[in-house]
Design a binder for this molecule. Structure first.
Ligand code: UDP
Ligand code: MG
Length: 314
């Protein structure tokens, strides 16, 4: 059986269509399945619609959070409750085309543990594409795992890959990094980007920026080291500057107009110090969150059929 994990946040307008689209593909291809919808604290009627769907389709289940915990938590909950031999994670907005499913299953049967889909950035704003490009450049230079542009969360994971993911208990979850960290044989399928038809993207620019920071910080400590390198560079440059000025003073006596250089070096140093403190603060913040060992989500209600055995590890 294949489990589908579908995080939903304010997806009221499209859920019925999504359900129809995915079940059509699954039935046409004779794939045994279960659908696990995770309502991530939606403010619209998402949960009511999920109830309707699960009432009519015995293979559909839902878990509903007490508030919005974010897509990472929703995916984790879905993985926790999944019981299939392989699990596919899909967005509810039909941007992850269901017609790719048979191809993904085929790759899984060929022996791949992770089947990844990679989209083009067609139809996306130029600025977003540019930032994404820059981000992946920067990330891959800085972190220990490799990320690829256009690879999202639409993927198939074998049971052992899912178990590996679930064994990672960190509070700050950055899936793109975690998927890559667990390893296993990967197979990539490319597809053309699909525009969101209904509802709108939940990511504002600020949220994307935060997400980018999360990825950078939670995956290694190189930024910390970068701060040290930058600090050392500035300090050494400063020592040369002091020596140079000192010699100048011995030779020519004190020349008054040094205002510009003083202000600029103070400003520069101040900047470097603030960056370094910020980086350290980020790590301390992470330690703080991890040490609290809070659950990733709180479930308000759920409907998971009895044949779906609840997996214990939260
Ligand atoms: N989502 C979620 N919790 C959130 C934000 C989004 O579960 O806090 C879900 C959303 O319902 C959708 C998927 O994550 O199924 C992707 O969200 P979206 O389409 O807004 O992101 P984009 O496609 O723009 O990257
Ligand atoms: Mg989307």
């Amino acid at each position: 059986m294949f489990s589908f994990v579908i995080p939903c946040y304010n997806e009221e307008p499209i859920l019925h269509r999504f359900h129809k689209a995915i079940t059509t593909v699954l039935q046409e291809n004779n794939l045994p399945y279960e659908l696990i919808f995770v309502n991530d604290g939606s403010k619209d009627r998402t949960v009511e619609i999920l109830k309707e769907i699960t009432e009519h389709d015995s293979r559909a289940h839902y878990v509903s959070f007490s508030r919005n915990f974010g897509k990472e938590s929703a995916m984790l909950a879905g993985l926790n409750f999944s019981s299939g031999e392989a699990v596919m994670i899909m967005d509810a907005d039909l941007q992850h085309p269901p017609f790719l499913i048979p191809q993904m299953v085929q790759a899984y049967r060929d022996g791949y543990d992770q089947v990844i889909t990679k989209r083009t950035r067609k139809g996306e704003s130029g600025i977003r594409t540019l930032f994404a490009r820059l981000y992946y450049r920067l990330m891959n230079g800085m972190i220990d795992v490799m990320l690829t542009d256009g690879v999202g969360d639409f993927r198939l994971l074998s049971r052992r890959a899912v178990d590996a993911l679930l064994s990672l208990k960190e509070y700050n979850r950055f899936s793109k990094g975690l998927f890559s960290w667990i390893g296993f044989r990967e197979y990539v399928i490319e597809y053309e980007n699909v525009r969101r038809e209904q509802g709108k993207s939940k990511w504002s620019f600020g949220q994307l920026l935060n997400y980018a920071m999360d990825g950078l910080i939670s995956f290694n400590n190189k930024p910390l080291r970068l701060a040290i390198y930058m600090g050392s560079f500035v300090t050494i440059a400063d020592i040369f500057y002091i020596l140079y000025t000192f010699i100048q003073i011995l030779k020519n006596g004190v020349v008054v107009p040094g205002y510009f250089t003083i202000i600029s070096s103070v400003g520069f140093l101040g900047g470097i110090q603030l960056i370094s403190i910020g980086v350290i603060g980020e790590y301390i913040g992470r330690i703080y969150y991890e040490s609290k060992k809070r659950p990733h989500y709180i479930i308000e209600e759920k409907k998971i059929q009895s044949q779906t055995k609840k997996r214990k590890n939260s």
